[in-house]
Design a binder for this molecule. Structure first.
Ligand code: 5FU
Length: 276
């Protein structure tokens, strides 16, 4: 049966990529498919939010380059929190260049993303060589790559044959590409007869999730955890502002409450899905 009708535990046992396996195991152990996107610009707020939501998430998603007072201690603390609260780290870097350049951007510079992020992501627009470049760094470290096959923003160009071609690119590198940023499952999309799709299990991570808002003033569009997990078969819900609110008025108690609420919503949608 399609992977989304199996439990995270069953899928963990079969997955060939170490980062994907660890994520699925963590989801099952902590009973959560929630990833919190911590899009704040101060180191102190960044770490405070992660410490509060840590118990409720399987994955923390970062945009490390928006932190104004970044230094190496941010990464050290982030890694300590990932051990303390048992979650994985996903740097939402959205690589989009030729293989040689992305290999350098992934391994080097100020952030050295490959040294601490279990998962990162890339646009499909440069073609298969972007996977070749990133995998030359990430594969020996046991990392996983997520391809963007659909975006959540209004008017996104990631539709139709672009989405299909992105899925085909992923399918030919299942050792390193472990899933998609998308709004629905990609099972069968873009498959051609020669493809063996029976054994593939791509994790679908869905951003654009919110319970109290339909969108923002800059084209973001929100759907509920139930819509993305139960109706569209996505595996991980990514929630940012729905949990931490306005970052200039951080209310730690409310952040905890919202994280619990989204964890509960996402998990019950998953339980309903696998019981069908
Ligand atoms: F690839 C994508 C996408 O299609 N939509 C997104 O919203 C990524 N994102 C990210 O998820 C975006 O960069 C934010 O970091 C996060 C959503 O944050 P929000 O506060 O829940 O809207």
């Amino acid at each position: 049966s399609s992977p989304h009708l199996q439990t995270y535990e069953q899928r963990a046992k079969k997955h060939g990529n170490p980062a994907a396996r660890k994520l699925l195991e963590t989801m099952e152990r902590k009973k959560t498919n929630l990833s919190v996107s911590v899009d704040v610009t101060k180191k102190k707020d960044f770490l405070a939010i992660i410490d509060v939501v840590g118990p409720f998430v399987c994955l923390i998603k970062t945009h490390i380059d928006i932190i104004e007072d970044f230094d190496q201690t941010v990464i050290e603390h982030l890694q300590e929190l990932s051990v303390k609260h048992d979650f994985l780290i996903f740097e939402d870097r959205k690589f989009a260049d030729i293989g040689n350049t992305v290999a350098l951007q992934y391994s080097s510079g100020v952030y050295k993303i490959s040294s601490w992020a279990h998962l990162t992501n890339a646009h499909a627009v440069p073609g298969p060589s972007i996977i070749t470049g990133l995998s030359s760094i990430g594969l020996p470290l046991g990392r996983g790559l997520i391809l963007l096959s659909e975006m959540s923003s209004k008017g996104a160009l990631t539709t139709g044959s672009y989405t299909e071609d992105a899925v085909r690119m992923a399918r030919s590198r299942r050792d390193f590409v472990v899933g998609f940023i998308a709004q629905k499952r990609m099972d069968g999309i873009g498959a051609i007869e020669a493809d063996d799709v029976t054994e593939e299990d791509f994790l679908v991570l869905a951003p654009g999730v919110g319970l109290d808002s339909k969108g923002d003033a800059m084209g973001q569009q929100y759907r509920t955890p139930r819509e993305v997990v139960l109706e569209s078969g996505c595996d991980v819900i990514i929630v940012g502002r729905g949990i931490y609110g306005k970052s200039d008025q951080l209310d730690v108690e409310n952040v905890r409450k919202q994280a619990e609420r989204y964890r509960q919503e996402g998990w019950s949608a998953y339980l309903e899905r696998v019981s069908l």
